[in-house]
Design a protein around this ligand. Structure first.
Ligand SMILES: Cc1cc2nc3c(=O)[nH]c(=O)nc-3n(C[C@H](O)[C@H](O)[C@H](O)COP(=O)(O)OP(=O)(O)OC[C@H]3O[C@@H](n4cnc5c(N)ncnc54)[C@H](O)[C@@H]3O)c2cc1C
Length: 338
C-alpha cells in the first residue's frame, strides 16, 4: 500500500474511527474521537466513518451517528468477542484495502495500542502514537498529529505526507465528546469476518480481570492520587479510604509506581493514563511535567503538599500546605459530618 505515485493519494478519502469496545460496549473514547474527526472531515469535504468490530455490537451503531458519524461499518461476529488483535487487525486491513480511508484514528487504549501498530505494519503506513491534538491540512489532507516529545518538554506536530492511510492513536479524555444529536442518523455497511482472517491466529480461552490491574481511571469523577511523599503502600491504604468515602478512584505518580507501592494501572501521566475528572486531589505529588500532562485538564485540582512552591501547588485551584498524613485523616474524619 506504499504510495509511489501522487495520484494514488487521491483515491483515499474519509476519516475512520475504530470503535473501542470493552465487554461488548462502545467506550466513551469512541465518542471523543468522532467529535475530533468531525471538523477535520468537514474541512476536507469528506465523511466520518466508524468501524464497529465485536460480538453483538450491531445495536450500538445508532448512537454513533448521534455523535457525528456518517457511516458505520459493522463487523458483528462472535469470533470477535473478547479481543484478539491478530484477528481484528486482519479484518481492519481488508476493510482499509477495500474502502481506502485517508485517515484512521483509534483510542490510545490497551486495545488500540495493540491493534493499530499491527495494522500500520501490515499496510506499510506510518503511525503516530499517543496524540494529544489533531488538526488537518485542508489542501492535501495531511493529518497534523500533535504529541509530547523529548520527555514531554516539547509538543511535536507530525505529518505523514506520502503514505495513506495515515494513522494515529489518541489518548482517552484528551478530547471532549460532543453532545449527542438524537435526530442525527447515517448509513450502515455490513461486513463479515472471512475464513482467511481466522487462519493461524491464537484463541482466547479465558479472560481474567483483577482489581489490582484493571483500574478505570478514565471514567472516574474524582481521583485521589498519591506520590513519593506517601512514603509506602500504607500511605496508599489511607488514600483508598478517602476514595471509598467520596466514591473516587486512586491514582499515582510514577515515582510511587516505580517504588512498587501501587500497580502501574494506577499511574497518571505521560507514560500512564490521561484523566479528565471533575476533581483531582494530588497528595504529595510535586507535579513534574510528565505527571501534569496526564491530569491538567481536570476541572478542579486540589494539591496537598508540605512544599508550597512545587509546580503542582502553584497550578492547583486549591493548594493545601501541610503534612499529608495529618490532613488526609482529618478529611476522612470530617466527611460524615459534611
Ligand atoms: C520519559 C518520562 C516519562 C515519565 N512519565 C511519568 C508519568 O506518566 N507519570 C508521572 O507521575 N511521572 C512520570 N515521570 C516521572 C516524573 O518526571 C517525576 O519523577 C515524578 O512524577 C515524580 O513523582 P512525585 O511527584 O510523586 O515525586 P517527587 O517529585 O519526589 O515529589 C514528592 C512530593 O511529596 C512532597 N511530600 C513529601 N512528604 C510529604 C508529606 N509528608 N506531606 C506532604 N507532602 C509531602 C514533597 O514536598 C514533594 O513535593 C516520567 C519521567 C520521564 C523521564
Amino acid at each position: 500500500m506504499r504510495l509511489r505515485q501522487e495520484y494514488e493519494k487521491a483515491e483515499y478519502k474519509n476519516i475512520w474511527v475504530v470503535a473501542e469496545i470493552l465487554s461488548g460496549k462502545v467506550q466513551p473514547v469512541t465518542h471523543e474521537l468522532i467529535g475530533a474527526a468531525r471538523p477535520l472531515a468537514d474541512q476536507r469535504n469528506s465523511q466520518v466513518w466508524v468501524v464497529l468490530m465485536g460480538s453483538g455490537v450491531t445495536s450500538q451503531a445508532g448512537s454513533l451517528f448521534t455523535f457525528g458519524a456518517d457511516k458505520v461499518i459493522i463487523v458483528d461476529d462472535e469470533r470477535l468477542s473478547g479481543f484478539v488483535d491478530e484477528l481484528e487487525s486482519k479484518v481492519l486491513v481488508r476493510l482499509i484495502e477495500k474502502y481506502k480511508p485517508e485517515t484512521v484514528i483509534c483510542g490510545a487504549t490497551t486495545r488500540g495500542r495493540a491493534l493499530i501498530p499491527r495494522v500500520a505494519v501490515m499496510t506499510n503506513c506510518g503511525l503516530t502514537a499517543d496524540c494529544t491534538g489533531l488538526g488537518i491540512d485542508p489542501e492535501n489532507g495531511d493529518l497534523l498529529q500533535t504529541r509530547p516529545a523529548f520527555g514531554g518538554n516539547i509538543m511535536a506536530t507530525i505529518r505523514c505526507p506520502s503514505h495513506r492511510p495515515q494513522m494515529s492513536t489518541v489518548r482517552p479524555r484528551v478530547m471532549k465528546a460532543p453532545e449527542p444529536d438524537l435526530n442525527r442518523t447515517g448509513e450502515t455497511i455490513q461486513e463479515a469476518v472471512e475464513d482467511s482472517d481466522t487462519a493461524k491466529i491464537k484463541r482466547i480461552i479465558e479472560i481474567f480481570h483483577s482489581d489490582e490491574t484493571v483500574v478505570n481511571l478514565a471514567d472516574a469523577r474524582i481521583i485521589i492520587s498519591g506520590g513519593r511523599g506517601m512514603k509506602g503502600p500504607a500511605g496508599f491504604d489511607m488514600l483508598r479510604k478517602l476514595a471509598a468515602k467520596v466514591g473516587g478512584a486512586v491514582g499515582a505518580s510514577r515515582a510511587a509506581v516505580d517504588a512498587g507501592w501501587i500497580p502501574y494501572a494506577h499511574q497518571v501521566g505521560q507514560t500512564g493514563q490521561t484523566v479528565q475528572t471533575k476533581v483531582y486531589i494530588a497528595c504529595a505529588i510535586s507535579g513534574q511535567i510528565q505527571h501534569l500532562v496526564g491530569m491538567q485538564s481536570c476541572d478542579l485540582i486540589i494539591a496537598i503538599d508540605k512544599n508550597p512552591d512545587t509546580p503542582m501547588m502553584q497550578m492547583a485551584d486549591i493548594a493545601v500546605q501541610g503534612d499529608v498524613f495529618e490532613i488526609v485523616p482529618e478529611i476522612i474524619a470530617q466527611i460524615p459530618k459534611l
